[in-house]
Design a protein around this ligand. Structure first.
Ligand SMILES: [Zn+2]
Length: 212
């Protein structure tokens, strides 16, 4: 009887539905780990960008499943993987404050959560870095950047999309945190929003970016 019940109670892998005691089953976990491509880039943004994996294959599917199939636990599990890579790599630095890229409140209401914030909180819990989502808000309900067709459309889609707040007390340098990095337009706009209140962003951390 208890064996029969276990089949129903055992959580399932959000990617293949196989039962597993941890978030991803062994096969999916292995496949996700194969996407790791830890990099720190000095991008055209003028700040260091830490990216954890390649936006393709099972990692791309994981992000989509998280957002569109209501699976925040995927972001929690991936945030821990990012923290592990951060701590193991030469990227590890403390004394920063992480600010996740926000969703517009209407989109967040529909989705129920902001995947970048779930990722960031999980990352920050493990690394003991401060997470301050309240410092940045999205004032414009933009299209997802990934759905825009051209560089110009991406830039227009996002212009003046964010409003930043100065931390109330002197805080550590702010690092932005997002799930996907494509053209850099989102991060660039968030940097501009902080600049408008006199804050210089120190860097950015993202889960995935396309292979260059
Ligand atoms: Zn699986």
């Amino acid at each position: 009887m208890s064996g029969w019940l276990d089949i129903f109670l055992q959580p399932r892998c959000p990617l293949c539905r196989r039962s597993t005691p941890v978030c991803f089953c062994l096969d999916c976990d292995r496949a996700i780990n194969a996407c790791i491509d830890r990099q720190i880039d000095h991008t055209s943004l003028g700040i260091p960008l830490f990216s954890w994996g390649i936006y393709d294959g099972i990692l791309k599917r994981s992000i989509a499943a998280c957002k569109y199939e209501n699976q925040p636990k995927i972001a929690q599990a991936l945030g821990l993987k990012m923290a592990q890579a951060w701590q193991e790599g030469q990227f590890n630095r403390s004394g920063i404050t992480v600010v996740p890229i926000p969703l517009h409140s209407e989109r967040q209401k529909i989705r129920g959560f902001n995947q970048a914030e779930v990722l960031a909180r999980s990352f920050c819990d493990r690394t003991k870095i401060e997470c301050s989502p309240q410092l940045l808000a999205r004032t414009k309900n933009t299209k997802p950047q990934i759905e825009t067709k051209s560089k110009q459309e991406r830039a227009e889609n996002l212009s003046n999309a964010f409003i930043a707040q100065k931390p109330t007390r002197k805080s550590d340098p702010i690092w932005l945190f997002d799930d996907i990095y494509t053209s850099g337009a989102t991060v660039r706009e968030a940097i501009a929003a902080f600049k408008a209140v006199g804050i210089k962003v120190g860097g950015a951390i993202v889960l995935a970016k396309p292979k260059t």
